[in-house]
Write a protein that binds this ligand. Structure first.
Ligand SMILES: *Cc1c(COP(=O)(O)O)cnc(C)c1O
Length: 324
């Protein structure tokens, strides 16, 4: 009993610390000619401003994973990602801030000197381990995870991108305090963020997700499964059916982390015009898509549209170096 009480208190304390280190995301109006012409109100939810390092949707996907680790009395987090991963970056920083040891399992061979994402992770105390691409593909298997547990002891394993049901649960909180909107737009990698938002939107509101990878249509089935699994899990959900959502797959710009001059120029101009920095992998593609759809008359007059700025700005350093 005593023990149980202490457990609960630990989780409660951690939850309080979490609320105290993040600022609530501001909402910024975009006064653009295009939005004005389309007769819509265009706002941005700036998740990128919640914390200098642990920002964006990656924080929401981590939150309940960290709370579950705490509840299980596990002090080490182990997770997976590519060498430029926003999730690796956020996990390293969150672990450091909130008192977890972190291990990052990185796809591919070690390359020295470390790039800016991985050197930041190391500075935050993350231990890096590398798996070749073939072994990395096995990351979700019981065998590989057992091997990792044997090597590193009792660890709390978080999937790549924080994309599990805890991740969905956290993403339900993204739009908790946004007030009246009709349509929410978000960039989409795995769809975990979209799934969480679809569960917390009211009926009558809807969400549009912009896959940043090629042939993103396959995500519809995955998101459908994620929603079913979440609703079947017994985890808290405000609605018993998700709000309506759709994928717009035309703005991937050639695939994941692919960019072209048009996208780069758009992002730079957008930053200049509205004082909102965009990352090239995710948010620039979604913002481009929304502005393009507005010009095509996709939205209805009077719509209140909220774009989710999911962060990820640390990744621009890697892309800019690659383009040099
Ligand atoms: C990871 C990421 C996404 C995609 O989130 P999913 O939940 O995988 O769809 C979107 N934007 C940014 C900036 C990200 O880092």
């Amino acid at each position: 009993m005593q023990c149980l009480y202490i457990f609960k208190r630990d989780v409660y304390c951690l939850s309080n610390i979490m609320s105290s280190i993040f600022v609530p995301p501001p909402i910024q109006r975009i006064n653009s000619e295009i939005a004005h012409h389309a007769g819509v109100a265009l706002d941005v939810l700036r998740l990128d401003l919640m914390h200098p390092w642990v920002n964006g949707n990656k924080w929401f996907k981590l939150k309940y994973n960290l709370l579950e680790a705490k509840q299980k009395n596990l002090t080490t987090l182990l997770t997976f990602g590519g060498a430029y991963s926003n999730h690796i970056f956020a996990t390293a920083a969150a672990g450091n801030l909130l008192g977890f040891r972190t291990i990052g399992v990185i796809r591919g061979e070690e390359r020295l000197p470390l790039n800016s994402t991985l050197s930041f992770a190391v500075q935050q105390g993350m231990q890096l381990v590398y798996l070749n691409r073939e072994r990395y593909r096995q990351r979700q298997t019981v065998e590989l995870q057992a091997e990792l547990r044997q090597q590193f002891g009792e660890v709390f394993i978080i999937p790549e991108g924080g994309s599990n049901l805890n991740g969905v649960r956290g993403c339900m909180e993204i739009i908790e305090a946004v007030g009246a909107v009709d349509t929410v737009c978000v960039a989409c990698g795995t769809g975990t963020t979209l799934a969480g938002m679809a569960l917390s939107l009211h009926q009558g509101q809807n969400a549009i997700a912009f896959p940043v990878l090629k042939n993103g249509d396959f995500l519809a089935a995955e998101i459908g499964n994620l929603l079913t699994n979440y609703l079947d899990s017994g985890m808290p959900a405000p609605n018993s059916t998700p709000a309506s959502w759709e994928l717009v797959c035309d703005y991937h710009f050639g695939g994941y982390a692919k960019v072209n001059d048009q996208l780069l120029q758009f992002a730079q101009q957008f930053t200049k015009d509205y004082n909102i920095p965009l990352d090239y992998v995710y948010t620039a593609k979604m913002f481009f898509g929304v502005m393009d759809l507005l010009q095509q008359g996709f939205f209805q007059k009077g719509d209140r549209i909220l774009l989710i700025h999911t962060g990820g700005l640390q990744g621009n350093i890697g892309i800019e170096q690659r383009l040099k």
